[in-house]
Design a protein around this ligand. Structure first.
Ligand code: COA
Length: 442
């Protein structure tokens, strides 16, 4: 055997061995992800091999697909490449002549009221149908009108029958955002507010809404989107979990949002969750216009250490993070030079409490983007709890993403039963952990 042959042989053996090892690793990883997906499906068991008549036709990885890290042939990048002239020019056909597509103009109060009502009556509920999100009209204006938004990306379906005049029965929205995933910063569309009138459920209107918004987004030369959902679809890039910090435990227990812990009385529970009346951190105050440049820089720098995050310019930062009464609150701490060193923000998203004799609304604050550089995470977020309590929120919610694990346990947040899966459309990349994730969608 010549040296060269020997070497080739050894290389082949190594390749074979590493191939076998890789196959084993892949099988192992696939098993883990399948277990995770099953578990993360909540009460409903999710089988990764189940067909998805719609999603199986979309440029997204299958639930049973191996993670990129375990797939030697897998590349990061688009799953489908199209050019503008390949984008369908006409809207998709709706099931009957009673339906028509529209673009919803959120600057028009009457149209905004229609959106509000559709969502108020039909949007996301918890598994036990006790609570339903109640996005305020001011919140919707904020969520749907960032810099560069396009009314055509706010897609509605109207139904008109002989008996009834036009009614909004389906909705989905996209807003533009620059999002970094791994090494790539891309203009993307953030999809939200997919909703279908309850009487039209199960009739495959959702796939039409998703295809139509995709078409309209593609027409502007954008090919990637990000979105989150409580349901497991092909295929999450990460799965986050909600944590809840009681601020008004009596009400939360009364409405069955939470339960009295074993061996705890109501009095003990109230004491446990009590927070100071005034914030503790010296100098913490609401963000002002002057803070925008340095707060934006601080946040972008912080976000850049994560695998999935938005990149804000000053206008976008101002839009998303500037305080708006009853919608979004943000606070800063500055150093002696007036440079923002620490940042805290939360948004207000109440839920309707359905069928309760005494209460109709649950006031929830949601942790948004936070940065701690000169103070401890728990000290910063404790002030967040105090500021939320001052504004009469019943509960402060946070996902286990970014550095939130640094304060979640210390500040007595408790895990909820809701998970939030994160998805990328038409972008294959490796799966990431919640702690590598820094994108908060409303
Ligand atoms: C989400 C909603 C629009 C789906 O409508 P539907 O009538 O239940 O479902 P349809 O018959 O129209 O379509 C079913 C398809 O939509 C997919 N789908 C369901 N919910 C989805 C979601 N949240 N995001 C994306 N696709 C979804 C299903 O997986 C299925 O596709 P598949 O066969 O490939 O698996 C509707 O249930 C709804 O309005 N729910 C309340 C609001 C809500 O939960 N919105 C989603 C927030 S993320």
């Amino acid at each position: 055997m010549s040296g060269a042959e020997g070497e080739a042989n050894t290389t082949a053996q190594v390749a074979e061995l590493s191939g076998a090892q890789r196959a084993m690793q892949e099988a192992e990883k696939k098993k883990e992800m399948e277990a995770l997906i099953r578990k993360r499906g909540g009460k409903k068991q999710v089988n990764p091999e189940d067909p998805h008549a719609f999603w199986d036709t979309m440029p997204v990885p299958k639930l049973s697909a191996p993670d990129l890290e375990a797939d030697p042939d897998g590349d990061v990048g688009p799953m489908e490449e199209k050019t503008l002239d390949q984008v369908r020019q006409e809207p998709y056909d709706l099931p009957s002549v009673d339906f028509e597509w529209c673009s919803m103009d959120v600057t028009d109060d009457a149209q905004l009221a229609e959106i509000y009502t559709l969502l108020f009556e039909n949007y996301v509920e918890d598994d036990d149908n006790m609570f339903r999100f109640d996005y305020s009209t001011n919140f919707l204006r904020w969520a749907l009108m960032p810099p560069g938004y396009l009314p055509e990306w706010h897609v509605g379906v109207r139904m008109t029958t002989k008996k009834k005049k036009s009614k909004l029965v389906g909705f989905i929205t996209g807003v533009p955002a620059n999002v970094q995933t791994g090494e790539s910063i891309m203009p993307m569309c953030e999809i939200n507010f997919l909703c279908c009138w309850k009487k039209l459920r199960g009739k495959r209107l959702a796939p039409l809404l998703i295809k139509e918004v995709t078409r309209r987004v593609n027409l502007t030369g954008i090919w990637q989107a990000c979105y989150t959902a409580g349901v497991v679809l092909p295929k999450p890039i990460t799965v986050c979990r909600y944590y809840h910090r009681s601020l008004n435990p009596k009400k939360l227990i009364d409405v069955d949002f939470s339960r009295l812990a074993p061996r705890m009385t109501m009095k003990m529970t109230k004491k446990l969750y009590e927070v100071d009346k005034q914030t503790r951190l010296p100098g913490i105050r609401p963000m002002t216009e002057e803070d925008v440049p340095s707060a934006c820089e601080l946040l972008n720098k912080y976000l850049s250490k994560f695998q999935l995050h938005p990149v804000f310019d000053h206008d976008e930062f101002r839009h998303w993070l500037f305080p708006r009464e009853g919608v979004i609150q943000s606070f800063v701490i500055c150093n002696a030079e007036g440079v923002v060193t620490d940042f805290l923000s939360f948004y207000a998203l109440p839920s309707t409490i359905m069928n309760h004799p005494n209460y109709t609304s649950l006031n929830a604050a949601y942790s948004y983007y936070n940065v701690a550089t000169t103070v401890e995470w728990d000290a910063l977020m404790m002030d967040g709890l105090i500021l939320a309590k001052q504004r009469d929120f019943d509960v402060f919610n946070a996902l286990d993403l970014m550095d939130n694990k640094e304060f979640i346990e210390k500040l007595k947040f408790k895990p909820g039963d809701g998970n939030l899966q994160y998805y990328l459309f038409n972008w294959r990349t490796k799966e990431i952990t919640p702690q590598e994730t820094a994108l908060v969608l409303l």
